[in-house]
Write a protein that binds this ligand. Structure first.
Ligand SMILES: [Zn+2]
Ligand SMILES: [Zn+2]
Length: 475
């Protein structure tokens, strides 16, 4: 063993000065090489630190004023406090051949050799720094390895729960007596678990954020919980049916309870299909997952189709045992499962942040809407009246049909352009582009005057909406 310090030292320095130099320059740079395993050469030994005079002068009694590790007095002091080999290595600040408790053993033997009186303290009973937590590393590691077998993963993050009073007491002793820069208990405990675990599991890397698996260890009960983090897929869907809600819709009669009821034929669903499940179920099965969440960039009504490039969405797949899959295969599985109802062109892996991006984004949209007029219109006059709405700003009170779930307020929304109007007897079809959040059906029928101006208003007759398509979401 050698001291953890700069190789070149000024011989005329006093001990106090040497210690300062050691503390400020030596340890921090040495920490990185502490586990290098390289055997120090004889010439690197620094005898001036080994004289043991101070220890003899202080006898075997606890010297509470002992300078912190890695001074010989500091090492002697924490040995007398009863630290375990693991903690001795952790806060001793010495360079050793081995790491962990083997390294601590070296430090202890070396201290005993310097001062046989220290050996009188015998083997430690319960380490005051860790309460022998490091004895449990092997147990925890085998439990983690067992729990993650069969779960595809490449990254892990550890969360450790330790009793607060243990943390505080450890911090107090370490900051008073430990070598400057010593690894705190929690971080060192995680290091020890990860080092052992990487011997058992190949190809796993330990990360500080966005892990595949979050491993929670309770240091008190030794309980190990594995949280399989969800995976996210981004895509755009076209909805070709007027009978499908975007997300799963629980049965109104039984509220979607497990066994369902008669009216939902045991499905628990009001509508057997949803965009969420038509896309999500084949993917959930392929990834051997538990459930999905569907995050769309807005939504259309059940009876509204969504065409063009489709509506952006993020599918969240929860508790997947499989995290890697050929995306083209997933796309074709979805399209054959959702044939004639929903289509997707592509999928890409994405991350949780994309959910908020998709949900918050507001895009202009182009719609085609067909409606019936109560009075048959003159073609040219009707087209001119409807085109006069191009560029106007609507004031829309919260529509009656959604007033039970939306706050009553008046929204201002712009009709960006009226692109096409076709009069066909008492039916009219228009294509128009509007600001995000415009209520299009209300723009046509006026919702009993709650939307001003409106198509119904400029034509001066009632307008009954026949159908509506989202033609394009301009994202
Ligand atoms: Zn300990
Ligand atoms: Zn039901």
């Amino acid at each position: 063993m050698t001291w953890d310090e700069p190789e070149e030292k000024e011989p005329e320095m006093g001990e106090e000065d040497e210690w300062q130099l050691f503390a400020s320059a030596g340890y921090a740079s040495a920490e990185a090489v502490v586990d290098s395993g390289s055997e120090p050469s004889e010439s690197e030994e620094e005898e001036v630190w080994f004289d043991g005079d101070d220890i003899e002068a202080n006898g075997v009694s606890l010297d509470w004023d002992a300078p912190p590790c890695p001074t010989p007095l500091g090492i002697a002091h924490i040995i007398k406090l009863g630290v375990c080999d693991h903690c001795l290595h952790r806060i001793g600040g010495r360079r050793t051949k081995n790491s962990g408790s083997e390294g601590g053993k070296e430090i202890r033997e070396d201290a005993h050799a310097r001062d046989p009186d220290i050996a009188k303290f015998g083997a430690p009973e319960l380490c005051p720094l860790c309460e022998d937590l490091f004895d449990d590393v092997g147990n925890i590691v085998s439990r983690v390895a067992e729990s993650v077998s069969g779960v595809q993963h490449s990254t892990m993050q550890f969360g450790i729960h330790l009793p607060k009073d243990l943390i505080q007491e450890e911090d107090r002793i370490r900051s008073r007596h430990g070598a400057p820069g010593s690894r705190p208990l929690k971080a060192a405990f995680v290091d020890a678990i990860q080092a052992d675990l990487s011997n058992l599991l190949s190809n796993v890397s330990f990360v500080k954020e966005n892990p595949d698996l979050m491993i929670r260890v309770d240091g008190l009960t030794l309980r190990v919980d594995i949280d399989i983090r969800p995976v996210f897929l981004y895509g755009r869907y076209r909805k070709l049916s007027r009978e499908i809600p975007q997300t799963r819709w629980p049965c109104r009669a039984c509220r979607g309870r497990d066994e369902g009821c008669e009216s939902c034929q045991g499905t628990g669903l009001q509508y057997p299909d949803s965009v969420q499940d038509l896309i999500g179920e084949p993917i959930r099965e392929a990834l051997n997952a538990e459930n999905t969440s569907f995050h769309g960039m807005g939504r259309e009504d059940i009876d509204v189709r969504c065409l063009g490039a489709g509506r952006p969405f993020v599918l969240e797949i929860k508790n997947p045992l499989v995290r890697e899959y050929n995306l083209e295969e997933l796309v074709s599985m979805v399209n054959s499962n959702a044939s004639e109802k929903v289509e997707i062109d592509s999928l890409e892996w994405t991350h949780k942040k994309r959910v908020a991006m998709v949900k918050q984004h507001r895009s202009e949209k182009t719609y085609t809407i067909r409606f019936k007029t109560s009075v048959t219109q003159d073609e040219d006059e009707a087209i001119a009246a409807i085109e006069s709405l191009s560029g106007t700003t609507l004031e829309q009170e919260t529509p009656k049909r959604v007033s039970h779930r939306r706050a009553a307020k008046t929204r201002k929304r712009k009709v960006v352009s009226v692109d096409k109007a076709i009069v066909d007897g008492d039916e009219i079809e228009i294509t128009l582009r509007c600001e995000a959040g415009t209520y299009i059906k209300e723009l046509v029928h006026s919702d009993e005057g709650r939307t001003v101006p409106s198509v119904s208003g400029v034509l001066d007759c009632e307008c009954e909406v026949l159908w509506l398509d989202v033609e394009e979401i301009h994202y």
